[in-house]
Design a protein around this ligand. Structure first.
Ligand SMILES: [Zn+2]
Ligand SMILES: [Zn+2]
Ligand SMILES: [Zn+2]
Ligand SMILES: [Zn+2]
Length: 144
């Protein structure tokens, strides 16, 4: 399995599934975010996320065929069975989470960037949550 620096953990079962390639199938060709149901498809079966469907005006960006009116049931089903990388994976989070827990994880993720609590006093610091406690203690904008 290739290490691209994003996923540190070895996910799923021992070589039964090529996780990296499986997860790529869920990447929307327009916004490159992972798709979640409803997952739309063109007549040829290329998929596109709900958010991007209006942007392409009914034409598949890959093959220029019409985007069908149905969603891709199989992709939708598989998406509920696998775990996805956290949106903060590029910031170092190596959690893999099922779709139903993804939003919850991402609102509590330790790598989630947060503003300093003294932002209103002029502090521009935006740091991962887990580093913020340390920053706040020494923040220049902290009242004496
Ligand atoms: Zn998209
Ligand atoms: Zn297509
Ligand atoms: Zn995370
Ligand atoms: Zn600060």
């Amino acid at each position: 399995m290739s290490k691209n620096g994003v996923l540190a953990k070895e996910p799923v079962s021992d070589g039964a599934v090529d996780y990296q390639r499986l997860i790529q199938l869920f990447e929307c060709p327009v916004c490159h975010e992972y798709m979640r149901p409803p997952i739309h498809q063109c007549k040829k079966g290329h998929v596109i996320c709900q958010k991007c469907r209006p942007k392409v005006k009914g034409i598949c960006p890959l093959c220029k065929q019409l985007v069908a009116n149905q969603t891709n049931l199989m992709m939708e089903k598989i998406s509920t069975l696998i775990k996805f990388p956290c949106v903060y994976a590029p910031k170092g989070c190596d959690e893999l989470v099922p779709l139903r827990e993804k939003s919850h994880h991402e609102t509590t993720c330790a790598r989630r960037p947060v503003h300093c609590e003294y932002a209103r006093r002029g502090c521009g610091a935006l740091l991962p949550l887990r580093d913020m406690t340390g920053h706040v203690r020494q923040c220049h904008f902290r009242p004496a």
